[in-house]
Design a binder for this molecule. Structure first.
Ligand SMILES: [Zn+2]
Length: 187
């Protein structure tokens, strides 16, 4: 199921949403309606199917709540899978997530969306169902938080061997340089 480009992009949407908050740096890239609109424009998978309408501050507040849930799932899954699953299940139920079967470009796929016109509900349905499919196909340990001591960004590891510890190559490189320095520094 993870071969489907839809799911991979939905997983990326979940991770990107969680990472709009950088807890250690204290940076938040989801503070305005414009920032929410830009996020949705960059992640077309989260838009839903209803007619587009202007986003409001209520949409922003709801989207931030969805982010909190998505981040909690990513942070918790590898150590408390049952807790992460409960968060996903509650979120899907609360947002009236509904699977729909689609036929595009000669192939069939299922997509989880919401039967409401609230953008946050589509965002929740898309991202939480994507994280659910990572858990069911690859296991909860594939969701995690970067081991970089000053990072705490979240990631989903869709690689074959599943050994990801860092959010990006930059963070992995920084950690290996730091480890090398501490091994080679005089005591
Ligand atoms: Zn990192």
């Amino acid at each position: 199921m993870l071969d489907a480009c839809y799911t991979a992009s939905a997983v990326q949407t979940a991770v990107d949403l969680a990472n709009t908050l950088r807890p250690i740096k204290g940076e938040d890239a989801l503070e305005t309606v414009e920032q929410l609109q830009a996020f949705l424009d960059d992640h077309s998978v989260a838009e839903g199917t209803g007619p587009r309408r202007r986003l409001t501050s209520a949409d922003l507040a709801e989207a931030r709540e969805v982010r909190e849930t998505v981040r909690a799932v990513l942070e918790r899954a590898s150590t408390d899978a049952a807790g992460a699953a409960a968060l996903i299940n509650d979120g899907l139920l609360h947002n009236r997530a509904t699977p729909v079967l689609r036929h595009d470009h000669d192939r069939w796929s299922t997509e989880v969306t919401s039967d409401t016109d609230r953008c946050s509900a589509h965002l929740a349905a898309t991202t939480l169902s994507a994280l659910a499919s990572v858990i069911t196909t690859l296991g909860p340990a594939r969701l995690g938080v970067c081991a970089g001591p000053t990072c705490r960004a979240t990631f989903a590891d869709l690689s074959r061997n599943g050994s990801k510890q860092y959010c990006t190559r930059t963070c992995a490189h920084r950690a290996s340089v730091a480890a090398y320095r501490s091994r080679n520094s005089p005591r």
